[in-house]
Design a protein. Structure first.
Length: 505
């Protein structure tokens, strides 16, 4: 029987092979995948109106039902951040933010709070960043009422348990020991000092002395001053009925037990970057380079064409010019590119960077500046501009991929004020990107890419940085106006330079 079946299968196979090849495709099916056509891509991003509610208790709320899973996420965002730290007590905000959800409440010790959250399989987190504080809760929808009760305890009566405060201080002090170990950390830190100045709030790092100066009473005072419903934007997404959730959120902030203050606005920098080559001498094989120029704020009319310009210059990965030349053509770096952050509260910085062997850093920097000049002096190609536009327009839906992500975007629009100043930003975003021309990109490049004023930060072995590879004898200092500045490493515990800054002209 098996032999007969095998014989029939072989005969059938032979017959199929003997059939003439069919070269004509079925009706409507292209001969090759590259001939496939698709309808024009259209996407309408969500707007705030269907989700926004002004609660009677003070906060603005964004609420979205999502019944896919029996989960609920609540995020409380508060105005205020590290810029509110008093002088001499840098780290206060960080400590308060960390301990808010981890240091217990008036009714529960830290251990009891942790145990109850674990029993509920709930995640409760809190932190304070540069310009905002966040407290988030994620749990099963069946436990929502208990979760919100715990959240109110945390928001209104945190314990800031003394032993947890001591432990957190010890952790931060221990972390300080490694501040100068990684050149990436040094580069990021010194880039901020060069861009914004020593005294600006983003550069006021916690020190050993400032942490020791922070007491539990300081945390309590900080909390009672800034954790006020007037400073709050709250969002919720998940398995619930919207009207019911709005009532629960209103109750969460009702009858607040103390009166705080409205948080002041974020400070603006007064420091201006100075052209030059700034060298941090660090005995490593590879140097890190940042080539910096002032950029613009995201409210600037040139913001959209500027983002496209940066994408072509170095922000678009393997489709960008800097990446192709420094990495692909010359093989000088594994990663190279540029980043332009449109400032929310003040103009941002355009920074091109890479990591390369110290003796080839000068040559790679020369290439980066050459590409900036080409971008400034000549138009981008139609292909480059189309690729950049597609990268922004086609990825726009990712920002709204889930209801939780959508709430995050809408809360950020509310928090930063764009909800009022430009409520149609996302609705018109794709159209605004599509209408940018090559001439617009060049105009913005002429405005921003003043290569004769670049600030170049180099972290690496100075002797090698200034002694170029004979194959590429570049005068590194001349690339940034001929001004060389030695930037000493900072003491990891005081954040003060370990030696006087030396400027050579």
């Amino acid at each position: 029987m098996k032999t007969t079946r095998r014989t029939l299968l072989l005969a059938l196979s032979a017959g199929l092979l003997a059939l003439p090849a069919q070269t004509l495709p079925a009706a409507g099916i292209p001969e090759h995948p590259d001939k496939l056509t698709f309808p024009a891509f259209t996407y309408v991003p969500p707007t705030a109106k269907p989700y926004r509610a002004a609660l009677k208790s003070g906060p603005v709320a964004y609420v979205a039902e999502d019944r896919e899973l029996p989960l609920v996420t609540v995020v409380v965002t508060l105005r205020g951040g590290t810029y509110l730290d008093p002088a001499g007590k840098e780290g206060l905000s960080d400590l308060a933010g960390y301990l808010l959800a981890r240091g217990g409440t008036a009714k529960r010790t830290a251990e009891e709070l942790e145990e109850r959250l674990a029993f509920l399989a709930a995640n409760l987190n809190s932190s304070v960043g540069e310009d905002r504080a966040t407290v988030s809760l994620n749990l099963l929808s069946k436990d929502l009422d208990e979760g919100l009760a715990i959240l109110r305890e945390v928001l209104t009566e945190p314990r800031f348990q003394e032993d947890k405060l001591t432990l957190r201080k010890d952790q931060l002090a221990n972390d300080m020991k490694s501040r100068n170990d990684d050149t990436a950390d040094i580069e990021r830190r010194e880039r901020g000092f060069l861009a914004w100045g020593e005294g600006f709030y983003v550069n006021r790092y916690p020190t050993k002395a400032s942490l020791e100066a922070v007491k539990r009473d300081d945390l309590i005072a900080y909390h009672r001053k800034w954790f006020d419903p007037r400073n709050v934007i709250v969002s919720a997404s998940g398995d619930f009925k919207r009207a019911e959730m709005e009532r629960k959120l209103d109750a969460l902030f009702a009858k607040w037990p103390f009166k705080g203050e409205a948080a002041p606005g974020v400070p603006k920098p007064t420091h201006a970057m100075a052209a030059g080559l700034y060298v941090v001498d660090k005995d490593v094989n590879q140097g890190r380079i940042s080539v910096m120029l002032p950029a613009l704020s995201r409210t600037d009319p040139d913001y959209v064409p500027a983002t496209l310009m940066n994408d072509v210059l170095g922000g678009g990965g393997f489709t960008s010019r800097i990446t192709n030349r420094v990495r692909s053509d010359e093989g000088l770096a594994y990663s190279a590119g540029s980043r332009m952050a449109g400032g929310v509260w003040y103009p941002g910085i355009l920074s091109a960077g890479f990591q390369s062997k110290s003796r080839t850093c000068g040559y790679a920097t020369q290439i980066v500046i050459e590409e900036m000049k080409k971008m400034r002096d000549g138009e981008v190609t139609a292909e480059e501009l189309t690729t950049a536009k597609r990268s922004f327009v086609d990825t726009l839906p990712r920002r709204f991929a889930t209801k939780a992500a959508t709430m995050g975007v809408l809360v950020d629009e509310e928090f930063t004020g764009r909800y009022k100043s430009d409520p149609g930003f996302y609705a018109s975003y794709a159209a605004n990107v599509e209408k940018v021309t090559a001439a617009d990109v060049q105009r913005v490049a002429k405005r921003l890419l003043a290569t004769e004023k670049v600030t170049v930060l180099a972290v690496g072995k100075k002797a090698d940085l200034l002694n170029p590879d004979p194959k590429h004898p570049v005068d590194f200092t001349a690339l940034s106006g001929g001004r060389l500045v030695d930037v000493p490493l900072r003491d990891p515990f005081t954040m003060k330079p370990t030696a006087a800054t030396n400027v050579a002209k």
